[in-house]
Write a protein that binds this ligand. Sequence first.
Ligand code: GLN
Length: 482
Amino acid sequence: MHNKTISELAQSLRAKEFSSVELTQHFLNRVKQHADLNAFITVTEDLALHAAQAADARIASGNAELLTGIPMAHKDIFCTQDVKTTCGSKMLDNFIAPYNATIVEKLNAVGAVNLGKLNMDEFAMGSSNETSFYGAVKNPWNKNAVSGGSSGGSAAAVAAQLAVCTTGSDTGGSIRQPAAFCGITGIKPTYGRVSRYGMIAYASSLDQGGSMARSAEDCAILLQAMAGFDAKDSTSVDAPVPDYCADLNKPLAGLKIGLPKEFFTADLNADMAATLETAINEYKKLGAEIKEVSMPNLKYAIPAYYVIASAECSSNLSRFDGVRFGYRCENPADLNDLYTRSRGEAFGKEVKRRILMGTYALSAGYYDAYYLKAQQVRRLISEDFKNALNDVDVIFSPVTPTPAFNIGEKLANPIEMYLADIYTIAINLAGLPAMSIPAGLINGLPVGLQVIGNYFDEARLLNVAHAYQNVTDWHKQSPNLG
Ligand code: GLN
């Protein structure tokens, strides 16, 4: 059962080959069986079985949707009413969300079955899931390797087939990088396409929710249910959502693919270069045309991102003060002691580092030199993409410099960790949509191909990914979990 796609499962449910309750139980058993991966922070077994019962009734009544009765799970950054929502932090270890994030509401409304909440880097800050208060998520392909981050639980759960599909969020690569490390498909939509209401804020001008699954088709189905205008999110875009499945099978003949010369250099790992070349050749066979593009400002993406993301997080995380919700220290002497000890005791090292950097960058006297400059660089990077996308339909790049590294390997060196997102971060600065699709294995570990598109061109990205998945089977391979 766990090997099937959403459409196949929907068909089986309608044909009564099995019920959603049976399917949900099957996945819950797998979650337990593979608990050592540490993909889940909370498993909501009873709620899931209730939702499955309701889904079965809905299917029987004939008004089901594709996702009705399908077991999925949410990244623990999305608020789930009456269910613990931690954002991977000790700060929120006791936080029961009083309301649902918009995307949780939307998925509940179509009758998707939520199995629980997925592990993640603390407040989505990280590239390896190692900053989580709940510990690292193991990569299902090699349990010594990281799952990637910050949506590491979301990626590992799909790869290990503990859930059919999952939600994730991506501020600088957090959907695409773990998707690549775990050999699954993930899409970060255009900024504003998916509501951020109820998604705990890290860097508000960069954060965007998206879908993760084994195939582009499943990502399309899940994204369809998540996307759309939301009056509760002031940056949500009021534009119609196209049918993401309608164009999946459109032929690629004539598609113009741009390869940024700044990414495909001698510095690119030889195995990665060879893997991407094989993938690009598949696209040539499908009738695509390859062109070199140049984006000279991409090299400034990492420093610009870490100034902007840190600045925004220092402001966003000021709400965790020990007063209103979340962790509170014992016996505070006075208000100042309450603030400093609550925050000091409950935030992890990486979160503190970002708050300190961000507060510094925003402080009087430094604002112009850092924050303002970073915003100017951000504009130049957006212009680079705009110019390139005038000439081509999509841009291809690696997702990551290497396959998944080992747990512990980069923990002592934050700069090295930051460089894990070198290919994904610029896309968030520009607000563009991008996907990661499995494109091969290096030393038994998956690597991905990144497909970047123009604003609101998600349907094309999904089409480009689906066409490749029709002629290759990297997305169908799964790890041997022993
Ligand atoms: N690794 C990047 C960071 O730590 C991106 C994380 C994300 O996309 N949430 O900020």
